[in-house]
Design a protein around this ligand. Structure first.
Ligand code: ZN
Length: 221
């Protein structure tokens, strides 16, 4: 069966809608967390993921916005955008974010937001962190998000896979990133999708979200 794997949506409704349209007939959706933060549409993104995703993990922004993680852990722009999202979010969506788990095991697959060792906070940039991550789970494949960089790390038969970020890619390509996983053949396909970025940016301007965050969307950084 094919599964669309999404991460780091960050309140970017246009990117999320473009990804879901591209995923078309794929019935099952897994979300690796960070539905909110940075962007202008936290309620819409929460409602869509709540309705459509079979599994969704907690991300640091999801916990930050409901007060389960200290806001001073975030840099100043991220914190300001989080406070902005916090004001907009309705109670039902806050309750949903509050309920998201840190880990999800689905047979030989593990889902986390950041890393299996530190599921909310660790960035898998350095090689030693990736090696430690492999020691911290026993499943065959672990899906992670958090760095906003698409990646596949391999150790023997096992893999750590990052589908990149739907709502704020940082690999120099502004297009929304997600993956299609086949849980029978254990194959993974990375997909990039264009979306009306000006529309998202205009909403961010209206909400007085930091110009840095508005610009970085177009740079993919
Ligand atoms: Zn993120």
């Amino acid at each position: 069966m094919k599964i669309a794997v999404l991460a780091d949506i960050h309140s970017n409704l246009e990117a999320l809608e473009a990804v879901l349209a591209d995923a078309g007939g794929i019935k099952e959706i897994w979300c690796l967390g960070d539905i909110v933060g940075y962007g202008p549409n936290p309620n819409e993104c929460c409602a869509i993921i709540k309705k459509k995703a079979k599994y969704c993990l907690a991300g640091n922004h999801d916990w930050g916005v409901v007060g389960k993680m200290r806001i001073d852990w975030f840099n100043s722009q991220a914190a300001a955008a989080l406070k902005n999202n916090e004001k907009i979010l309705n109670g039902e969506n806050k309750a949903y974010l509050n309920s998201l788990p840190l880990k999800e095991k689905i047979g030989k697959i593990l889902l986390v937001h950041a890393s299996p060792r530190l599921p909310l906070t660790e960035y898998l940039f350095e090689d030693w962190r990736v090696q430690r991550a492999f020691e911290s789970f026993s499943e065959k494949i672990c899906f992670v998000g958090h760095t906003h960089l698409p990646a596949v790390f391999q150790k023997g038969e096992r893999r750590i896979i990052n589908p990149g970020s739907v709502g704020q890619p940082r690999d120099g390509d502004w297009r929304a990133s997600y993956g299609v996983f086949d849980d029978k053949n254990l194959t993974f396909e990375l997909r990039r999708v264009k979306y009306p970025i000006e529309k998202t940016q205009a909403k961010m301007v209206k909400l007085k979200i930091s110009p840095f965050l508005i610009k970085r969307l177009a740079l993919g950084k």
